[in-house]
Design a protein around this ligand. Structure first.
Ligand code: SAM
Length: 472
Protein backbone atom coordinates (compact mmCIF):
# COMPACT_ATOMS: atom_id res chain seq x y z
CA UNK A 1 0.00 0.00 0.00
CA UNK A 2 1.51 3.37 -1.03
CA UNK A 3 2.13 5.68 1.89
CA UNK A 4 4.65 8.51 1.48
CA UNK A 5 4.78 8.99 5.26
CA UNK A 6 5.58 5.38 6.06
CA UNK A 7 9.14 4.51 7.09
CA UNK A 8 8.92 1.11 5.41
CA UNK A 9 10.70 0.99 2.06
CA UNK A 10 8.03 -0.98 0.20
CA UNK A 11 5.38 1.54 1.30
CA UNK A 12 7.06 4.85 0.47
CA UNK A 13 8.69 3.44 -2.67
CA UNK A 14 5.66 1.44 -3.68
CA UNK A 15 6.12 -0.74 -6.77
CA UNK A 16 2.37 -0.63 -7.59
CA UNK A 17 2.31 3.17 -7.41
CA UNK A 18 5.38 3.48 -9.66
CA UNK A 19 3.86 1.16 -12.26
CA UNK A 20 0.52 2.90 -12.01
CA UNK A 21 2.20 6.34 -12.46
CA UNK A 22 4.02 5.06 -15.57
CA UNK A 23 0.75 3.67 -17.02
CA UNK A 24 -1.05 6.93 -16.24
CA UNK A 25 1.72 8.82 -18.07
CA UNK A 26 1.51 6.54 -21.11
CA UNK A 27 -2.28 6.76 -21.26
CA UNK A 28 -2.33 10.55 -21.01
CA UNK A 29 0.74 11.57 -22.95
CA UNK A 30 -1.43 13.08 -25.72
CA UNK A 31 -3.82 14.84 -23.35
CA UNK A 32 -2.75 18.41 -24.03
CA UNK A 33 -5.24 19.95 -21.63
CA UNK A 34 -3.91 17.90 -18.75
CA UNK A 35 -0.30 18.59 -19.75
CA UNK A 36 -0.87 22.34 -20.07
CA UNK A 37 -2.40 22.32 -16.59
CA UNK A 38 0.72 20.67 -15.19
CA UNK A 39 2.96 23.17 -16.98
CA UNK A 40 0.92 26.00 -15.44
CA UNK A 41 1.33 24.45 -12.01
CA UNK A 42 5.08 24.02 -12.63
CA UNK A 43 5.28 27.72 -13.53
CA UNK A 44 4.27 28.56 -9.94
CA UNK A 45 7.70 27.21 -8.95
CA UNK A 46 6.37 25.13 -6.08
CA UNK A 47 7.06 21.71 -7.56
CA UNK A 48 4.95 19.00 -9.20
CA UNK A 49 4.21 15.42 -8.14
CA UNK A 50 5.90 12.25 -9.37
CA UNK A 51 2.79 11.45 -11.46
CA UNK A 52 2.75 14.86 -13.08
CA UNK A 53 6.48 14.71 -13.77
CA UNK A 54 6.12 11.20 -15.25
CA UNK A 55 3.49 12.52 -17.64
CA UNK A 56 5.69 15.41 -18.80
CA UNK A 57 8.55 12.96 -19.32
CA UNK A 58 6.36 10.69 -21.41
CA UNK A 59 5.04 13.45 -23.68
CA UNK A 60 7.35 13.76 -26.67
CA UNK A 61 5.76 16.85 -28.19
CA UNK A 62 8.78 19.16 -28.85
CA UNK A 63 6.74 22.17 -27.70
CA UNK A 64 6.21 20.58 -24.29
CA UNK A 65 9.88 19.60 -24.03
CA UNK A 66 10.87 23.18 -24.85
CA UNK A 67 8.49 24.47 -22.17
CA UNK A 68 10.04 22.04 -19.67
CA UNK A 69 13.55 23.27 -20.50
CA UNK A 70 12.45 26.90 -20.24
CA UNK A 71 10.83 26.36 -16.86
CA UNK A 72 13.83 24.45 -15.50
CA UNK A 73 16.07 27.32 -16.56
CA UNK A 74 13.78 29.91 -14.97
CA UNK A 75 13.63 28.00 -11.69
CA UNK A 76 17.40 27.62 -11.65
CA UNK A 77 17.83 31.37 -12.08
CA UNK A 78 15.04 32.35 -9.70
CA UNK A 79 16.32 30.26 -6.77
CA UNK A 80 20.03 29.77 -7.42
CA UNK A 81 21.02 32.58 -9.78
CA UNK A 82 23.99 31.69 -11.93
CA UNK A 83 26.08 30.24 -9.12
CA UNK A 84 27.68 26.80 -9.36
CA UNK A 85 29.10 25.34 -6.18
CA UNK A 86 32.38 23.50 -6.76
CA UNK A 87 33.55 20.32 -5.04
CA UNK A 88 35.82 17.32 -5.50
CA UNK A 89 35.48 13.67 -4.51
CA UNK A 90 38.15 12.16 -2.27
CA UNK A 91 38.44 8.38 -2.49
CA UNK A 92 39.65 6.97 0.81
CA UNK A 93 39.56 3.24 0.16
CA UNK A 94 38.41 0.85 -2.53
CA UNK A 95 38.22 -2.20 -0.29
CA UNK A 96 34.67 -3.49 -0.49
CA UNK A 97 32.75 -6.58 0.60
CA UNK A 98 29.77 -6.00 -1.70
CA UNK A 99 29.06 -7.64 -5.03
CA UNK A 100 27.59 -4.68 -7.01
CA UNK A 101 27.90 -5.90 -10.61
CA UNK A 102 28.36 -2.42 -12.10
CA UNK A 103 31.09 -1.28 -9.71
CA UNK A 104 34.74 -2.31 -10.10
CA UNK A 105 35.14 -2.27 -6.29
CA UNK A 106 33.05 -5.45 -6.09
CA UNK A 107 34.66 -8.05 -3.85
CA UNK A 108 35.30 -10.58 -6.61
CA UNK A 109 37.32 -8.18 -8.76
CA UNK A 110 40.87 -9.51 -8.41
CA UNK A 111 42.14 -7.19 -11.11
CA UNK A 112 41.73 -3.85 -9.34
CA UNK A 113 44.57 -2.70 -7.11
CA UNK A 114 43.17 -2.36 -3.59
CA UNK A 115 44.25 0.63 -1.60
CA UNK A 116 43.29 2.40 1.60
CA UNK A 117 44.80 5.77 2.44
CA UNK A 118 46.63 6.24 5.73
CA UNK A 119 46.01 9.48 7.65
CA UNK A 120 49.36 10.73 6.33
CA UNK A 121 48.30 9.96 2.77
CA UNK A 122 44.94 11.68 3.36
CA UNK A 123 46.84 14.75 4.51
CA UNK A 124 48.85 14.75 1.29
CA UNK A 125 45.73 14.29 -0.85
CA UNK A 126 43.94 17.12 0.95
CA UNK A 127 46.89 19.47 0.59
CA UNK A 128 46.89 18.71 -3.14
CA UNK A 129 43.15 19.49 -3.24
CA UNK A 130 43.61 22.67 -1.21
CA UNK A 131 46.36 23.76 -3.60
CA UNK A 132 43.89 23.41 -6.45
CA UNK A 133 41.51 25.71 -4.56
CA UNK A 134 38.92 23.25 -3.28
CA UNK A 135 37.03 24.01 -0.07
CA UNK A 136 34.38 21.26 -0.20
CA UNK A 137 34.92 17.52 -0.52
CA UNK A 138 32.78 14.43 -0.95
CA UNK A 139 34.38 11.47 0.83
CA UNK A 140 33.98 8.15 -0.96
CA UNK A 141 34.74 4.66 0.29
CA UNK A 142 33.80 1.09 -0.42
CA UNK A 143 31.94 -0.84 2.27
CA UNK A 144 34.29 -2.96 4.34
CA UNK A 145 33.57 -3.31 8.07
CA UNK A 146 37.14 -4.39 8.84
CA UNK A 147 39.18 -2.24 6.47
CA UNK A 148 36.93 0.84 6.45
CA UNK A 149 35.09 0.82 9.80
CA UNK A 150 33.20 3.95 10.86
CA UNK A 151 36.12 4.85 13.18
CA UNK A 152 38.39 5.10 10.11
CA UNK A 153 35.90 7.40 8.36
CA UNK A 154 35.52 9.57 11.49
CA UNK A 155 39.28 9.80 11.99
CA UNK A 156 39.68 10.76 8.32
CA UNK A 157 37.09 13.54 8.69
CA UNK A 158 38.95 14.92 11.72
CA UNK A 159 42.23 14.80 9.81
CA UNK A 160 40.72 16.66 6.87
CA UNK A 161 39.14 19.46 8.90
CA UNK A 162 42.40 19.92 10.85
CA UNK A 163 44.66 20.55 7.87
CA UNK A 164 45.66 24.16 7.54
CA UNK A 165 48.06 24.70 4.69
CA UNK A 166 48.82 28.16 3.28
CA UNK A 167 45.41 29.84 2.82
CA UNK A 168 43.72 26.50 2.17
CA UNK A 169 41.01 24.85 4.25
CA UNK A 170 38.42 22.19 3.65
CA UNK A 171 35.34 23.79 5.15
CA UNK A 172 32.72 21.20 4.33
CA UNK A 173 33.12 17.42 4.15
CA UNK A 174 30.19 15.58 2.59
CA UNK A 175 30.19 11.83 2.99
CA UNK A 176 29.19 9.12 0.53
CA UNK A 177 29.56 5.82 2.36
CA UNK A 178 27.37 2.74 2.57
CA UNK A 179 24.08 2.66 4.47
CA UNK A 180 24.71 2.37 8.20
CA UNK A 181 23.06 2.46 11.63
CA UNK A 182 21.35 5.38 13.39
CA UNK A 183 24.18 5.37 15.92
CA UNK A 184 26.82 5.69 13.17
CA UNK A 185 24.85 8.47 11.49
CA UNK A 186 24.84 10.28 14.83
CA UNK A 187 28.61 9.92 15.01
CA UNK A 188 28.95 11.29 11.48
CA UNK A 189 26.77 14.25 12.42
CA UNK A 190 28.87 14.87 15.54
CA UNK A 191 32.00 14.81 13.36
CA UNK A 192 30.55 17.82 11.51
CA UNK A 193 29.77 16.35 8.12
CA UNK A 194 27.89 18.42 5.57
CA UNK A 195 25.55 16.25 3.51
CA UNK A 196 25.23 12.49 3.86
CA UNK A 197 24.97 11.19 0.31
CA UNK A 198 23.82 7.74 -0.72
CA UNK A 199 22.68 6.74 -4.17
CA UNK A 200 19.82 4.29 -4.36
CA UNK A 201 21.31 2.96 -7.63
CA UNK A 202 17.85 1.65 -8.59
CA UNK A 203 14.49 1.78 -6.85
CA UNK A 204 13.30 -1.41 -8.57
CA UNK A 205 13.64 -4.08 -5.87
CA UNK A 206 13.93 -7.04 -8.25
CA UNK A 207 16.57 -5.29 -10.35
CA UNK A 208 18.30 -4.03 -7.20
CA UNK A 209 18.65 -7.55 -5.85
CA UNK A 210 20.05 -8.84 -9.15
CA UNK A 211 22.53 -5.95 -9.33
CA UNK A 212 23.63 -6.43 -5.71
CA UNK A 213 23.81 -10.20 -5.35
CA UNK A 214 26.04 -10.35 -2.25
CA UNK A 215 27.15 -8.29 0.75
CA UNK A 216 25.29 -5.99 3.16
CA UNK A 217 24.24 -3.71 0.29
CA UNK A 218 22.11 -6.53 -1.15
CA UNK A 219 19.46 -5.75 1.49
CA UNK A 220 17.08 -3.46 -0.44
CA UNK A 221 15.09 -2.25 2.58
CA UNK A 222 18.24 -1.49 4.63
CA UNK A 223 19.60 0.59 1.75
CA UNK A 224 16.30 2.32 0.87
CA UNK A 225 15.55 3.26 4.49
CA UNK A 226 19.06 4.66 5.07
CA UNK A 227 17.97 8.30 4.80
CA UNK A 228 15.30 7.72 7.42
CA UNK A 229 17.96 6.42 9.79
CA UNK A 230 20.25 9.33 8.87
CA UNK A 231 17.44 11.78 9.75
CA UNK A 232 16.87 9.90 13.00
CA UNK A 233 20.58 10.24 13.72
CA UNK A 234 20.24 14.02 13.38
CA UNK A 235 21.63 14.50 9.86
CA UNK A 236 19.18 16.85 8.19
CA UNK A 237 21.02 17.39 4.90
CA UNK A 238 20.81 14.20 2.88
CA UNK A 239 21.60 13.67 -0.80
CA UNK A 240 19.87 11.06 -2.92
CA UNK A 241 20.43 9.81 -6.47
CA UNK A 242 19.95 7.05 -8.99
CA UNK A 243 22.66 5.47 -11.11
CA UNK A 244 21.00 5.98 -14.47
CA UNK A 245 21.60 3.15 -16.90
CA UNK A 246 21.07 0.28 -14.47
CA UNK A 247 17.28 -0.05 -14.61
CA UNK A 248 14.75 1.60 -16.95
CA UNK A 249 14.79 5.37 -16.56
CA UNK A 250 11.01 5.68 -16.20
CA UNK A 251 10.93 3.49 -13.11
CA UNK A 252 13.89 5.16 -11.43
CA UNK A 253 12.78 8.68 -12.30
CA UNK A 254 9.44 8.09 -10.56
CA UNK A 255 11.11 6.25 -7.65
CA UNK A 256 13.58 9.13 -7.13
CA UNK A 257 10.79 11.72 -6.94
CA UNK A 258 8.80 9.49 -4.59
CA UNK A 259 11.83 9.28 -2.32
CA UNK A 260 12.04 13.10 -2.28
CA UNK A 261 8.30 13.31 -1.55
CA UNK A 262 8.69 10.79 1.28
CA UNK A 263 11.43 12.83 2.98
CA UNK A 264 9.44 16.04 2.63
CA UNK A 265 6.22 14.41 3.90
CA UNK A 266 7.87 12.62 6.81
CA UNK A 267 10.52 15.07 8.01
CA UNK A 268 9.24 18.36 6.61
CA UNK A 269 12.42 18.76 4.58
CA UNK A 270 13.19 17.18 1.24
CA UNK A 271 16.63 15.99 0.10
CA UNK A 272 19.32 18.67 0.22
CA UNK A 273 20.71 17.42 -3.08
CA UNK A 274 19.88 15.05 -5.90
CA UNK A 275 22.72 13.55 -7.95
CA UNK A 276 22.21 12.25 -11.45
CA UNK A 277 25.14 9.94 -12.24
CA UNK A 278 25.07 7.85 -15.42
CA UNK A 279 26.80 4.49 -15.57
CA UNK A 280 30.38 4.69 -16.89
CA UNK A 281 32.88 2.21 -18.19
CA UNK A 282 35.23 0.91 -15.49
CA UNK A 283 37.66 -1.89 -14.81
CA UNK A 284 35.71 -5.16 -15.09
CA UNK A 285 32.56 -3.20 -16.03
CA UNK A 286 31.51 -2.99 -19.68
CA UNK A 287 28.60 -0.59 -20.23
CA UNK A 288 27.55 -2.70 -23.24
CA UNK A 289 26.46 -5.36 -20.74
CA UNK A 290 23.77 -2.98 -19.48
CA UNK A 291 20.83 -2.48 -21.79
CA UNK A 292 19.23 0.52 -20.09
CA UNK A 293 21.68 3.26 -21.10
CA UNK A 294 19.93 6.64 -21.02
CA UNK A 295 20.47 8.68 -24.22
CA UNK A 296 21.40 12.37 -23.88
CA UNK A 297 18.05 13.84 -24.94
CA UNK A 298 16.12 11.82 -22.35
CA UNK A 299 18.77 12.43 -19.70
CA UNK A 300 18.54 16.21 -20.22
CA UNK A 301 14.77 16.07 -19.93
CA UNK A 302 15.04 14.02 -16.73
CA UNK A 303 17.37 16.62 -15.19
CA UNK A 304 15.06 19.48 -16.22
CA UNK A 305 12.03 17.66 -14.79
CA UNK A 306 13.76 16.98 -11.47
CA UNK A 307 14.52 20.73 -11.32
CA UNK A 308 10.82 21.49 -11.89
CA UNK A 309 9.51 18.82 -9.52
CA UNK A 310 11.76 19.76 -6.57
CA UNK A 311 12.76 23.42 -7.01
CA UNK A 312 14.32 23.61 -3.53
CA UNK A 313 16.85 20.84 -3.95
CA UNK A 314 20.44 21.30 -5.11
CA UNK A 315 21.39 19.22 -8.13
CA UNK A 316 24.83 17.72 -8.59
CA UNK A 317 26.65 16.69 -11.74
CA UNK A 318 30.01 14.95 -11.65
CA UNK A 319 32.85 14.51 -14.11
CA UNK A 320 31.16 11.29 -15.30
CA UNK A 321 29.60 13.71 -17.81
CA UNK A 322 31.54 15.33 -20.64
CA UNK A 323 32.23 19.05 -20.93
CA UNK A 324 29.58 19.30 -23.66
CA UNK A 325 26.93 17.54 -21.62
CA UNK A 326 27.79 19.57 -18.50
CA UNK A 327 27.43 22.76 -20.50
CA UNK A 328 23.89 21.81 -21.48
CA UNK A 329 23.00 20.65 -17.96
CA UNK A 330 24.08 23.99 -16.47
CA UNK A 331 21.08 25.53 -18.21
CA UNK A 332 18.68 22.89 -16.94
CA UNK A 333 19.04 23.23 -13.21
CA UNK A 334 22.39 21.92 -12.02
CA UNK A 335 23.67 23.81 -8.95
CA UNK A 336 26.85 21.92 -8.00
CA UNK A 337 29.62 20.30 -10.00
CA UNK A 338 32.93 18.65 -9.38
CA UNK A 339 36.12 19.80 -11.06
CA UNK A 340 39.61 18.38 -11.43
CA UNK A 341 38.35 15.07 -9.99
CA UNK A 342 40.28 11.83 -9.59
CA UNK A 343 38.32 8.67 -8.90
CA UNK A 344 41.38 6.65 -7.90
CA UNK A 345 42.51 6.17 -4.31
CA UNK A 346 45.51 8.50 -3.90
CA UNK A 347 44.97 10.00 -7.35
CA UNK A 348 45.50 13.67 -6.44
CA UNK A 349 49.06 13.15 -5.27
CA UNK A 350 49.81 10.47 -7.82
CA UNK A 351 47.74 11.02 -10.96
CA UNK A 352 49.37 7.92 -12.43
CA UNK A 353 47.30 5.90 -9.89
CA UNK A 354 44.40 6.18 -12.34
CA UNK A 355 46.38 4.16 -14.84
CA UNK A 356 47.41 1.73 -12.17
CA UNK A 357 43.93 0.48 -11.87
CA UNK A 358 42.51 1.68 -8.57
CA UNK A 359 39.95 4.06 -10.11
CA UNK A 360 36.21 3.64 -9.64
CA UNK A 361 35.17 4.61 -13.15
CA UNK A 362 36.48 6.46 -16.20
CA UNK A 363 35.72 10.16 -16.06
CA UNK A 364 34.65 12.12 -19.14
CA UNK A 365 35.62 15.62 -18.07
CA UNK A 366 39.36 15.55 -17.43
CA UNK A 367 39.90 19.31 -17.16
CA UNK A 368 41.68 20.87 -14.20
CA UNK A 369 39.71 22.88 -11.64
CA UNK A 370 41.26 26.05 -13.08
CA UNK A 371 40.00 25.12 -16.55
CA UNK A 372 36.50 24.42 -15.22
CA UNK A 373 36.45 27.72 -13.31
CA UNK A 374 37.61 29.66 -16.35
CA UNK A 375 35.00 27.93 -18.55
CA UNK A 376 32.22 28.74 -16.04
CA UNK A 377 33.24 32.39 -16.02
CA UNK A 378 33.11 32.44 -19.84
CA UNK A 379 29.59 31.00 -19.63
CA UNK A 380 28.62 33.72 -17.14
CA UNK A 381 28.23 31.31 -14.23
CA UNK A 382 29.80 32.12 -10.86
CA UNK A 383 32.09 29.34 -9.63
CA UNK A 384 31.32 29.38 -5.91
CA UNK A 385 33.39 27.81 -3.13
CA UNK A 386 30.81 28.74 -0.53
CA UNK A 387 30.20 26.56 2.54
CA UNK A 388 28.48 29.25 4.63
CA UNK A 389 25.00 27.84 5.19
CA UNK A 390 26.15 24.72 6.90
CA UNK A 391 28.72 26.57 8.98
CA UNK A 392 26.06 29.08 10.06
CA UNK A 393 23.73 26.24 11.05
CA UNK A 394 21.45 26.85 8.08
CA UNK A 395 20.79 23.18 7.34
CA UNK A 396 17.62 21.17 6.78
CA UNK A 397 14.46 23.26 6.94
CA UNK A 398 16.37 26.42 7.90
CA UNK A 399 18.19 26.30 4.55
CA UNK A 400 14.98 25.53 2.69
CA UNK A 401 13.21 28.50 4.31
CA UNK A 402 15.96 30.84 3.14
CA UNK A 403 15.65 29.46 -0.38
CA UNK A 404 11.86 29.58 -0.45
CA UNK A 405 11.85 33.20 0.77
CA UNK A 406 14.14 34.25 -2.05
CA UNK A 407 16.74 35.53 0.48
CA UNK A 408 19.43 33.73 -1.43
CA UNK A 409 20.45 36.85 -3.37
CA UNK A 410 21.28 38.69 -0.13
CA UNK A 411 23.23 35.76 1.17
CA UNK A 412 24.41 33.22 -1.39
CA UNK A 413 25.33 35.76 -4.04
CA UNK A 414 27.73 37.75 -1.82
CA UNK A 415 29.10 34.51 -0.35
CA UNK A 416 29.76 33.17 -3.84
CA UNK A 417 31.56 36.38 -4.78
CA UNK A 418 33.67 36.35 -1.59
CA UNK A 419 34.77 32.75 -2.09
CA UNK A 420 35.43 33.32 -5.77
CA UNK A 421 37.63 36.26 -4.78
CA UNK A 422 39.60 33.98 -2.43
CA UNK A 423 40.04 31.47 -5.24
CA UNK A 424 41.24 34.15 -7.65
CA UNK A 425 43.74 35.58 -5.17
CA UNK A 426 45.18 32.24 -4.08
CA UNK A 427 44.97 29.85 -7.02
CA UNK A 428 43.93 31.35 -10.36
CA UNK A 429 46.02 32.20 -13.40
CA UNK A 430 46.25 35.92 -14.34
CA UNK A 431 43.71 35.47 -17.19
CA UNK A 432 41.15 33.72 -14.98
CA UNK A 433 41.79 36.32 -12.31
CA UNK A 434 41.00 39.15 -14.69
CA UNK A 435 37.76 37.54 -15.87
CA UNK A 436 36.73 36.73 -12.30
CA UNK A 437 37.45 40.21 -10.98
CA UNK A 438 35.31 41.68 -13.76
CA UNK A 439 32.47 39.38 -12.78
CA UNK A 440 32.75 40.23 -9.08
CA UNK A 441 32.68 43.96 -9.79
CA UNK A 442 29.63 43.63 -12.02
CA UNK A 443 27.62 41.25 -9.82
CA UNK A 444 28.30 43.01 -6.53
CA UNK A 445 25.95 45.71 -7.86
CA UNK A 446 23.11 43.19 -8.07
CA UNK A 447 23.12 42.33 -4.35
CA UNK A 448 19.71 43.81 -3.46
CA UNK A 449 20.19 45.04 0.11
CA UNK A 450 22.44 48.05 0.34
CA UNK A 451 23.88 47.20 3.77
CA UNK A 452 24.86 43.70 2.56
CA UNK A 453 26.40 45.15 -0.59
CA UNK A 454 28.50 47.60 1.44
CA UNK A 455 29.64 44.90 3.84
CA UNK A 456 30.49 42.52 0.98
CA UNK A 457 32.49 45.27 -0.62
CA UNK A 458 34.55 45.82 2.53
CA UNK A 459 35.07 42.04 2.93
CA UNK A 460 36.35 41.93 -0.66
CA UNK A 461 38.88 44.64 0.22
CA UNK A 462 39.99 42.64 3.24
CA UNK A 463 40.46 39.53 1.09
CA UNK A 464 42.52 41.65 -1.30
CA UNK A 465 44.66 42.56 1.71
CA UNK A 466 45.25 38.95 2.73
CA UNK A 467 42.39 38.11 5.13
CA UNK A 468 40.21 35.05 4.47
CA UNK A 469 36.98 33.30 5.37
CA UNK A 470 34.21 35.90 5.49
CA UNK A 471 30.59 34.92 5.17
CA UNK A 472 27.00 36.04 5.47
N1 SAM B 1 30.18 2.39 -1.26
C1 SAM B 1 29.15 3.36 -1.11
C2 SAM B 1 27.79 2.71 -1.28
O1 SAM B 1 27.69 1.53 -1.14
O2 SAM B 1 26.85 3.41 -1.57
C3 SAM B 1 29.23 4.56 -1.99
C4 SAM B 1 30.51 4.96 -2.57
S1 SAM B 1 30.59 4.65 -4.28
C5 SAM B 1 32.28 5.04 -4.26
C6 SAM B 1 29.75 6.00 -5.03
C7 SAM B 1 28.82 5.71 -6.18
O3 SAM B 1 29.52 5.48 -7.39
C8 SAM B 1 27.93 4.51 -6.08
O4 SAM B 1 26.83 4.74 -5.24
C9 SAM B 1 27.50 4.28 -7.53
O5 SAM B 1 26.27 4.90 -7.83
C10 SAM B 1 28.60 4.97 -8.32
N2 SAM B 1 29.24 4.03 -9.26
C11 SAM B 1 29.65 2.77 -9.02
N3 SAM B 1 30.09 2.20 -10.16
C12 SAM B 1 29.95 3.11 -11.14
C13 SAM B 1 30.20 3.10 -12.56
N4 SAM B 1 30.70 2.05 -13.17
N5 SAM B 1 29.89 4.21 -13.25
C14 SAM B 1 29.38 5.30 -12.66
N6 SAM B 1 29.14 5.36 -11.34
C15 SAM B 1 29.39 4.28 -10.59
Amino acid sequence: MYNPKSKIASEFICDDEIRSAISYAKENCDNRELIDGILRKAAEFKGITHREAALLLECDDPEVTEAVYRLANEIKHRFYGNRIVMFAPLYLSNYCVNGCVYCPYHAKNKDIRRKKLTQEEIRAEVIALQDMGHKRLALEAGEHPLKNPIEYILESIRTIYDIKHKNGAIRRVNVNIAATTVENYRRLRDAGIGTYILFQETYNKTAYEALHPTGPKSDYAWHTEAMDRAMQGGIDDVGIGVLFGLETFRYDFVGLLMHAEHLEATYGVGPHTISVPRLCKADDVDTDDFENAVPDDIFFKIVALIRIAVPYTGMIISTRESKKSRERLLELGITQMSGGSRTSVGGYVKPEESDENSAQFDISDNRTLEEVVSWLLDLDHIPSFCTACYREGRTGDRFMTLLKNGQISNCCLPNALLTLKEYLKDYASPETCEKGERMIKRLLQSVPRESVRAKASSYLDEIENGKRDFRF
